[in-house]
Design a protein around this ligand. Structure first.
Ligand code: GDP
Length: 689
């Protein structure tokens, strides 16, 4: 099968931004220039094409990571939509996994905001190459240089301006392209100054600075530079591309998405500087049968492999799974193996999604992104591959939910429908979980924050027509241990006929924060027969899930099974599960258990006149203030606040600032709950059980 599109001409990118920085507007403009959307949608009017979910239109935020394809200068650009809202970091994380490059958009007035920092760290983790676009240069207070300094300092990255704005605010009249060494003028008012006035000296100085920076980092520029030779624009571009792809610099551009200024240069930069799938290292996978490591090259000659990175249940089309093909190719209707769950599935129709229509295609090739109908069992983060050549990619790890609430349908008749709908949403979103409390019969939903759950409940109403009553949000505390212990469990029953016998010795140790649970089997010389080991593990897990003394799930522990004994006749799976259960329960209680609470990173921006009240409010919430930055009569407070203290915060902030302060909030880490509070919580959990 010959390729439809050369690999080196594909760009799989994400547009990443803090909410309101202009991601949707910029995406619109990109699609206007490079896509088939002829009519530019406007976020403010609520017609933006990427905001395809009804509710997103109303809120003006983009939540789901749909992928949209467009074309620019013979290149094929797949834009994987990353959410702009802080509560949806799982969505960002999953999209970063399948991107090769990112365009990070900053608001030229606000500069680098808290959430951009979080996403930047995530992008570092996945080695995603980036370019920056400083947007809103037309706005009052826009400051290109300040934002560049913030990228250097707050994001600790080498920001390399490849453009400079000519003027700003109302007088933003063009950009200087330092690479091509030319001025790109925008349509200007007839009475504004001529664009070239005073520009030449600035242009020469900054171009020299650009070349010097490149010479420091790239030998192919350094040698001609030291020889005093002229360096051609094409060589500068090639050097910027090399350094961007190796993540050593971040080229910075600027413009105004709303006024359609600088978008075509941005598209050029995407093509010129961001990597193609060929520039990305081969993906490391394992053979699910043997555990042996396998490298899959981005090539059509390799066996087919792909990662499902997004599942959407579309009320009209059905279940749509987006996948990125890493190697080989596949056809509509082909049988594939889902190696994550070891099940074979058949692909239905394949689609390339454009902003305003979907295009049915008969095959999908390496390096591309397609959506497919027909997969029934595959969920987000799972690997699809050629059944005879199985590979398994590293699963996408999602954060555990930090907050839960009880929900019930307003009308009892909707209970089954609600259960179905919640199950569907949980498949789409791995940070959304459902539990049924056996004793109370309640349905508990959990997620990454209040807004996350609110948005999901709105979808339940809008898309599925079910009205829901929701209870108060509850913090999802977790337990862990602080000292290593050894613990014995013996389960012996002798009642008439056949008895029960299970006996284990476990070493239970604290693990690193965020490491979850690890089980090791160190039984030598057959003290416990192999066939019972998995029962021991099951017993251990049972205790971790149901919790130690507090009733909260226990995390970040390493458990090693190192000794025990068995009985030829009486030993059984159940007996070993019980023995492990007993050893674990006692062990946790001896290992100085503590309770962990989720801590949120909160950033508040407020006019200075309300700063004192905002800080006062934060102090009453056990907040730890990390820093306050002031600029232009407004201040930004960065702080860490325990999730339990954040309820009602949005409303309080609104009323103390007459609605003029704004904030963002996202999960940051888990921390030990102070002793006094821990006792209250344990007592409360005990009462409610
Ligand atoms: P998102 O939340 O990052 O997707 O941001 P949007 O694209 O929804 O933009 C947020 C707000 O900023 C909207 O009211 C836009 O009209 C406005 N906006 C976007 N780009 C610009 C720009 O370049 N200049 C100005 N002045 N406003 C902009």
């Amino acid at each position: 099968m010959s390729r439809t599109f050369p690999l080196e001409k594909i760009r799989n990118i994400g547009i990443i931004a803090h909410i309101d920085a202009g991601k949707t507007t910029a995406t619109e403009m990109i699609l206007h220039h490079a896509g088939r959307t002829y009519k530019v949608g406007s976020v403010d009017a609520g017609t933006a094409v990427m905001d395809w979910m009804e509710q997103e239109r109303e809120r003006g935020i983009t939540i789901s990571a749909a992928a949209t394809t467009c074309h620019w200068h013979e290149h094929w650009i797949n834009i994987i939509d990353t959410p702009g809202h802080v509560d949806f970091t799982a969505e960002v994380e999953r999209s970063l996994r399948v991107l090769d490059g990112g365009v990070v958009i900053f608001d030229g007035v606000a500069g680098v905001e808290a959430q951009s920092e979080a996403v930047w760290r995530q992008a570092n983790k996945y080695g995603v190459a980036r370019i920056c676009f400083i947007n809103k240069m037309d706005r009052l207070g826009a400051d290109f240089n300040h934002t560049v300094v913030m990228i250097n300092e707050r994001l600790r990255s080498k920001a390399l301006p490849v453009q400079l704005p000519v003027g700003s605010e109302k007088l933003f009249r063009g950009v200087i392209d330092l690479v091509e060494n030319k001025v790109i003028p925008f349509a200007v008012d007839s009475n504004s100054d001529s664009i070239t006035e005073g520009i030449e000296a600035l242009q020469a100085k900054h171009r020299q600075a650009l070349i010097e920076s490149l010479a420091e980092l790239d030998e192919q520029i350094m040698l001609p530079y030291l020889d005093g030779q002229d360096i051609a624009a094409s060589e500068i571009k090639a050097a910027i591309r090399r350094l961007t792809i190796s993540n050593r610099i971040v080229p910075v551009l600027c413009g105004s998405a709303l006024r359609d200024k600088g978008i075509q240069s941005l598209l050029d930069a995407i093509v010129d500087y961001l990597p193609s799938p060929l520039d990305i290292p081969p993906v490391l996978a394992t053979n699910p049968r043997t555990g042996e490591e396998i490298l899959r090259l981005t090539s059509d000659d390799e066996p087919f492999s792909a990662l499902a990175f997004k599942t959407v249940s579309d009320p009209f089309m059905g279940r749509l799974v987006y996948m990125r093909v890493y190697s080989g190719s596949t056809k509509a209707g082909a049988q594939v193996l889902n190696s994550s769950i070891d099940k074979k599935e058949r692909l239905g129709k394949l689609y390339v999604m454009h902003a305003d229509h979907r295009e049915e295609v008969d095959h999908a090739e390496a390096g591309t992104i397609v959506a497919t109908l027909g997969l029934k069992m595959t969920s987000t983060g799972e690997t699809l591959c050629e059944p005879t050549r199985p590979v398994l990619f590293e699963a996408i790890r999602f954060a555990e939910p930090v907050l839960s609430m009880a929900v019930e349908p307003k009308s009892r008749a909707d209970q089954d429908k609600l259960d179905d709908t919640l199950a569907k949403l949980a498949i789409e979103d791995p940070t959304f979980k459902i539990n049924h409390d056996q004793e109370t019969g309640q349905t508990l939903i959990s997620g990454m924050g209040e807004l996350h759950l609110e948005v999901l409940m709105e979808r339940v109403f809008r898309e599925y027509g079910i009205r829901v009553n929701a209870g108060k949000p509850q913090v999802a505390y977790k337990g862990t241990i602080t000292v290593p212990v050894e613990s014995e469990g013996r389960f012996v029953r002798q009642s008439g006929g056949r008895g029960q016998f299970g006996h284990v010795w476990l070493r239970i140790e604290p693990g690193d924060r965020g490491s979850g649970f690890e089980f090791r089997d160190q039984i030598r010389s057959g003290a416990i027969p192999k066939e019972f080991i998995s029962s021991v593990e099951a017993g251990v897990k049972g205790v971790l899930q149901s919790g130690g003394l507090s009733g909260y799930p226990v995390v970040d522990v390493k458990v090693t099974l190192y000794d025990g004994s068995f009985h030829e006749v009486d030993s059984s799976d159940v007996a070993f599960r019980m023995a492990a259960f007993m050893a674990m329960r006692d062990g946790i209680n001896k290992a100085k258990p503590i309770i962990l609470e989720p801590i949120m990173e909160v950033e508040i921006t407020t006019p200075d006149q309300f700063l004192g009240d905002a800080i006062g409010d934060l102090h009453s919430r056990r907040a730890h203030i990390e820093g306050i930055e002031s600029r232009d009569e407004s201040s930004t407070i960065r702080c860490l606040v325990p999730l339990a203290e954040t309820f009602g915060f949005a409303g309080d902030l609104r009323s103390l600032s007459q609605g003029r302060a704004s904030h963002t909030m996202q999960f940051h880490h888990h921390e030990e709950l102070p002793q006094g509070l821990a006792e209250q919580i344990v007592a409360k959990a005990g009462r409610s059980r």
